[in-house]
Design a protein around this ligand. Sequence first.
Ligand SMILES: *Cc1c(COP(=O)(O)O)cnc(C)c1O
Length: 224
Amino acid sequence: MTEIEYKIYIDDVIRRVETARLKVSPHHIVKIVAISKYSTADEIEKLYKIGQRAYGENKVQDLKEKSKELEELPLEWHFVGNLQKNKINNLLDINPTLFQGLDSLELAQELQKKLQARDMTLNALLQINSAKEESKHGFMPEVACGMYARIQKECPNIHLKGVMSIGAHTQDKEIIKKSFETTYTIYKQLQGATICSMGMSEDFELAIECGSNMVRLGSIMFNK
Ligand SMILES: *Cc1c(COP(=O)(O)O)cnc(C)c1O
């Protein structure tokens, strides 16, 4: 695609986000995080030129390489993947804007230790396994609120900002919707939470209508 064609293409994505958010309320603002895991630094730069500032990766190594390659640009980087304990130091070296996948108490405790040793803090979202899928990481809905409070108390260097969830893996819209509603209900119960991250290329409009205020769009943002 030429730059003009790409601009027209992106306009359409943004219009879809806009239409969905206006169905919720004129005051419901949704942030787009462009997930660049299938894309090169050149492609990220193209999207940056149109105005996109927030990007996310799901592998620490890729996050490191791309953020380094693009360090001259004023971008913010999110980590949206599963964080293995032996990669914590690598992630903290990058100092991402937001870690979107805090999915276990052990990981929180390990992160807390390393953050404290470095005298730094990390913004994070609690990941919820809202459809209780075997294949997914995250806290079960029943324990999410309790764990959120416990991590806030026991891990002062982790600054929890809200929740993140991946919609149920099915074609059945009602089941996907339920999984978003489950996450949103948890989000509303949390003291001081401001981010409800849910919705990807295939289901972002539904997620926004269920209350999401942060969508993680990969393939659709890069026209893959
Ligand atoms: C890859 C990924 C996305 C984006 O997926 P698309 O379907 O390409 O929009 C969003 N969130 C997470 C956690 C991902 O791993």
